[in-house]
Design a protein around this ligand. Structure first.
Ligand code: FES
Ligand SMILES: [Fe+2]
Length: 447
């Protein structure tokens, strides 16, 4: 008998499961091992007081503390003696002392003194507590959980060095798999639907204008290229994903009111898997007059589990309000604890999501095959070149630009953004400006 389609819920049952290669992050899993080849944020400095802090990352539970010398330690939770948690440990001048029988560990896991055993006990040579290297940077504590021999240099990104810009660390916890939080940033069509049509305009009104979309690879990931016609201007935004889990996003309230070239991002953030079904986004929110000329940003609302735009947590709004005007949190969490790709019906608008998953899978498999994980490139510059930006040009054509003109314009901007990565920021800006001078409103057949 032919399967009934209308009212066919009875037939639509499935045993399909999530894709573990992309979504499982524990020790020994392909994605978990790949993620362990990069520095990952584990906490904000502001969370760290005089007591040890229990942290989760990549399915591991660890204890982070700052000893009396001011040095940070990140140790396995369970004491190597008989397993008591070091979250109850006594922070010492040097390292931490387990509460139960006084075993004393240095920040690198060295057993300094095995409690009441003799000071020269062979235990100190034989036993080591699991420990990971940490690096504190601009109010965020990063850790490296991979094999020591593969530890990369700690990367600093060009957008951290923006002039006249304040940076504020923040974190947001989302109870679902990391990939659905991460791939949201390569799903630009949701900005139009979720953040403008479904819920009313949640960000800048210009972001609710229909866009021409394109995508391009970067050395370590990809950008999506969004081009919109706003008033008399063309606005091209490139939103960046740097694998494995870094994202940069442009100004939250961008209205494309003024001509600008290579305006950088409002957020640099990592979507960190705490385990397979919990994600903590940690990063910096950037504030400047250039990014926010109308003063709509609110740094006072940015911090632990809080940010200054709607729809990122469950706690900020009542359930009925979240139903009426859902945001990213509601959309992502409701895709299931771990989204099941085999049940999706992907469309042309999912090009970015599909591309991101493909790049991620290739990278995971390369590391699983023993290749070194590719690391960000400084091109000999002060910081790692990145590719998130907004450019707004005056459109001087007699008629409104059609889709193909907008696509071509977006591609030219993207090529200039990608092709200038070896140059300092001012020269990159000049290159992008010259593309605009050549292209916007000009006759494409003569351009
Ligand atoms: S369990 Fe930690 S010292 Fe005994
Ligand atoms: Fe969103």
């Amino acid at each position: 008998m032919a399967e009934q389609r209308a009212y066919g819920g009875y037939y639509q049952v499935s045993e399909a499961r999530e894709d573990p290669e992309l979504t499982h992050v524990g020790r020994g899993t392909p994605c978990g091992e790949y993620m362990r080849r990069y520095w990952q944020p584990v906490a904000m400095t502001a969370e760290l007081g005089e007591l040890p802090l229990l942290v989760r990352i990549l399915g591991e539970t660890l204890v982070l503390f700052r000893d009396g010398r001011g040095k940070l330690g990140l140790l396995h939770r369970h004491c190597a003696h008989r397993g008591a948690s070091l979250e109850y440990g006594i922070v010492a001048e040097r390292g931490i002392i387990c509460c139960y029988h006084g075993w004393h560990y240095d920040i690198d896991g060295t057993l300094l003194q095995a409690g009441s055993e003799p000071a020269d006990s062979p235990l100190c040579k034989r036993v080591t507590q699991g420990a990971y290297p940490v690096h504190e940077h601009r109010g965020i504590v990063f850790a490296y959980l991979g094999p020591p021999a593969a530890k990369p240099a700690f990367p600093v990104y060009d957008t951290e060095l923006m002039a006249d810009t304040q940076r504020k660390p923040f974190s947001l916890t989302t109870p679902c798999n990391w990939l659905q939080v991460y791939e949201n940033t390569q799903d630009p069509i949701h900005v139009l639907h979720l953040h403008a049509r479904s819920s009313g305009v949640q960000f800048g009104a210009a972001s609710g204008v229909d866009q021409v979309l394109d995508y391009a690879d970067t050395p370590l990931g990809m950008i999506n290229v969004q081009t919109r016609h706003i008033g008399t201007r063309l606005w091209t935004r490139t939103t960046e994903s740097m694998l494995p889990n870094l994202n940069q996003t442009g100004a939250i309230w961008e209205e494309a009111e003024a001509v600008k070239y290579f305006q950088r991002c409002a957020m640099l953030r990592w979507m960190v898997p705490l385990d397979n079904t919990t994600t903590r986004t940690i990063g910096w929110r950037f504030f400047s007059a250039r990014l926010d000329p109308h003063g709509r940003d609110d740094p006072t609302r940015v911090g632990k589990e809080s940010i200054d735009f709607v729809g990122q947590t469950a706690d900020e709004r009542a359930y009925a309000e979240r139903q009426r005007q859902p945001g990213d949190f509601e959309a992502q969490v409701s895709q299931r604890p771990i989204a099941i790709h085999a049940l999706e019906h992907r469309a042309t608008s999912d090009t970015g999501v599909a591309r991101l998953r493909r790049r991620l899978r290739n990278s995971i498999r390369a590391v699983a095959n023993g290749e070194p994980a590719p690391q960000p490139d400084h091109f000999g510059l002060e910081a790692v070149s990145t590719y998130c930006q907004d450019t707004v040009c005056e459109w001087r054509g007699a008629a409104p630009p059609d889709q193909s003109i907008m696509r071509e314009h977006g591609q030219r901007i993207a090529e200039a953004v990608l092709g200038s990565s070896h140059l300092p920021p001012a020269e990159r800006e000049a290159q992008i400006r010259s593309v605009c001078d050549d292209a916007a409103g000009g006759d494409p057949s003569t351009g």
